[in-house]
Design a protein around this ligand. Structure first.
Ligand SMILES: *Cc1c(COP(=O)(O)O)cnc(C)c1O
Length: 394
């Protein structure tokens, strides 16, 4: 199929896309309209946690599509309850609200915090967030994000999100006033360049928020659902947050997200929160398949093992080429380059042949790796070989 046969000009322009159309995928491989295949270390932006077209997900989607697609959010359905039960069983949270995107789950976390502040903390509503953080693309979540330039694109912003510095507890403490209701952070900043909050910082944050009766909110849209080698990244620091949001990997590629809270925080009243598609059985049935596969014996051990494998290979490459090392947790990792040529490497890797390689440069001076959680060591070896070929060609 020729690219010109696709009416892509009918799509609203939002970003520059290469002149290829992806047609199908399986596991770690994605195929385009010319038949070329690509080893995929982007995976829908850390979304396809079980790779492309996972058999268990297909089976769950097919079965649910033939059973019940949507009875309305005003009624219970079986998959929504089953997935909520699975999530509370495997986390420190008691209550779950399903959403359709990470941004929407974060909006829910912000609303729940403001509601809690109104009810229990004298109307406090400010949520301290962090420089370089990313929480989504709605007006409130853009305002919560610490991405450069986002304060002006759609000004005026939603007020109430003062910014602190990640891993600097004094910068958080300085911002606390009687208006503060909580602190929200990504346990590993994803879009910011794969920057983990340290274990020490997470523990300091928990102590500080307890002391001031503030909510600790973790945005695990990217770091959660097995990505960090544990089911949730907060487990790595040994703290118990009050609120958590999930997105991306929870649906394994389909639009599904979740807002989780401790029972005593979950204070919505009828009419406060909702949404037409929220908790629909088609998506929650897929989510149930995804989380069931992730919590099966041995799965997360495998993620940790392959995370270590990828880490050691990236470190070796870094040493070989005089790069600046690597960082991350589990299968969310970044290779720190010695110049701002990330975008050039990404482009060359996609264009190389016969097979291409899909990578992401979250920042100009680094490459981010977010393969399927069931990627094989052999595929990691193939990726490293392809990356070396690209680096040699620069
Ligand atoms: C991707 C992401 C979001 C936004 O999720 P969408 O599904 O794109 O709305 C929010 N927070 C983090 C940490 C993310 O990585």
């Amino acid at each position: 199929m020729n690219f010109n046969e696709y009416p892509v000009e009918s799509l609203m322009f939002i970003t520059n896309r290469p002149e290829i159309v992806f047609t199908h995928g399986k596991g770690s491989w994605l195929y385009d309209n010319t038949g070329k295949r690509y080893l995929d270390f982007i995976q829908g932006w850390a979304v396809n946690s079980l790779g492309h077209c996972n058999d268990g997900m297909i089976e769950a989607m097919d079965r649910q599509a033939r059973t019940l697609i949507n009875p309305s959010p005003a009624f219970y359905n079986a998959p929504m309850a089953q997935l909520a039960g699975l999530l509370t069983q495997h986390s420190v949270f008691d209550k779950v609200f399903f959403a359709n995107s990470g941004a929407e789950a974060n909006e829910g976390a912000i609303k729940l915090s403001r509601k809690w502040g109104k009810k229990f903390k004298g109307g406090a509503y400010e949520i301290i967030t962090f420089d370089h953080s990313f929480h989504g693309r709605t007006l409130a979540t853009m305002s919560a994000s610490g991405k450069a330039g986002w304060d002006t694109i759609y000004a005026p912003q939603v007020p109430g999100f003062p910014k602190a510095e990640l891993n600097d507890i004094a910068s958080v403490e300085r911002l606390i006033t009687d208006k503060t209701v909580g602190v929200m952070l990504e346990p590993i900043q994803g879009e910011g360049g794969v920057i983990p909050a340290t274990r020490e910082f997470m523990q300091q944050l928990r102590a500080l928020t307890k002391k001031h009766n503030l909510l600790l909110i973790v945005d695990e849209v990217q770091s959660g659902c097995g990505r960090a080698g544990t089911l949730f990244a907060y487990e790595l620091s040994g703290v118990e947050p009050d609120i958590m949001t999930l997105g991306k990997g929870i649906g394994g590629g389909v639009p599904l997200a979740a807002l989780l809270a401790k029972a005593e925080i979950a204070c919505f009243e009828p009419g406060d929160q909702g949404g037409t598609y929220n908790g629909n059985p088609l998506m929650t049935a897929v989510g149930y398949s995804v989380i069931s596969q992730m919590t099966a014996p041995g799965f997360l051990e495998g993620v940790r093992e392959r995370g270590e494998y990828l880490k050691s290979h990236l470190l070796q490459l870094s040493e070989e080429r005089g790069f600046k090392g690597e960082r991350g947790e589990g299968l969310l990792r970044a290779l720190l380059l010695d110049s701002d040529n990330g975008a050039q490497i990404v482009e060359k890797a996609r264009l190389m042949g016969p097979d291409g390689l899909l990578l992401n440069a979250a920042r100009p001076n680094l490459l981010r790796f977010m393969p399927a959680l069931n990627v094989t060591k052999d595929e990691i070896d193939q990726m490293m070989a392809m990356l070396r070929t690209v680096l040699d060609s620069l």
